[in-house]
Ligand binder design. Structure first.
Ligand code: FES
Length: 198
């Protein structure tokens, strides 16, 4: 008689019912699988909700960085009465507030207050439009003079001579409650027209 192999013998054995231990084992396996799937869904849901909720917080935290750092603020020059009777340019130092991310920087800047031919008060930036040197008023010469390349400007800031491509830049100014206010800003140099730098 032909001898059967052990595996053939085993396959010919009648199938037995699983024991209660084996049922428990299978059910626990299913349960764990379902549990890990639910945990996965919960994790995804949690991440989505967390992401949505954190958007306003992230925007709040990043706002100072995303906000325009060159936002212009008004600086006080002084009482308008101080400039009522001026006949020559008057130099003043103002406090300019600038924001750089979360940092607020206050720096001192010089400006010139002048009375234009039409009687209007104007405020001039002392930064030379040639290469940015500080222009100074010379009462002796009755001119603004730039020390770097001898640019010369009239008492109203118009170009008289030298390499600057335009006259001195006037700054936005206004009078509020009797106080003269100015918006300090920088302009591009070496160009014939006044162009604010952003
Ligand atoms: S920087 Fe003023 S003339 Fe050159």
């Amino acid at each position: 008689m032909e001898k059967k192999t052990a595996s053939e013998e085993k396959s010919m054995e009648p199938r037995r019912k699983p024991t209660s231990g084996e049922w428990v084992e299978a059910s626990v396996g299913d349960f764990l699988e379902r549990r890990s799937f639910l945990a996965f869904l919960l994790a995804i849901g949690g991440a989505l909700v967390g992401g949505l909720l954190s958007v306003p917080l992230i925007r709040f935290v990043l706002h100072p960085l995303l906000a325009q750092t060159t936002q212009l603020k008004w600086s006080e020059v002084g009482s308008i009465d101080e400039f009522k009777d001026i006949v020559k340019p008057v130099k003043r130092v103002i406090n300019v507030e600038q924001r750089d991310g979360w940092r607020k920087v206050v720096s001192e800047k010089a400006i010139y207050v002048i009375r234009a031919a039409n009687g209007q008060i104007k405020v001039l930036s002392p930064i030379c439009p040639h290469l940015g040197c500080p222009v100074a008023w010379s009462g002796e010469l009755n001119q603004f003079k730039c020390p770097c390349h001898v640019g010369a400007f009239s008492p109203e800031g118009a170009l008289i001579s030298g390499p600057p491509p335009r006259g001195m830049d006037d700054l936005d100014a206004k009078v509020e409650n009797g106080r003269l206010l100015v918006q300090y800003q920088y302009f591009r140099s070496l160009v014939p027209k006044k162009e604010p730098m952003t």
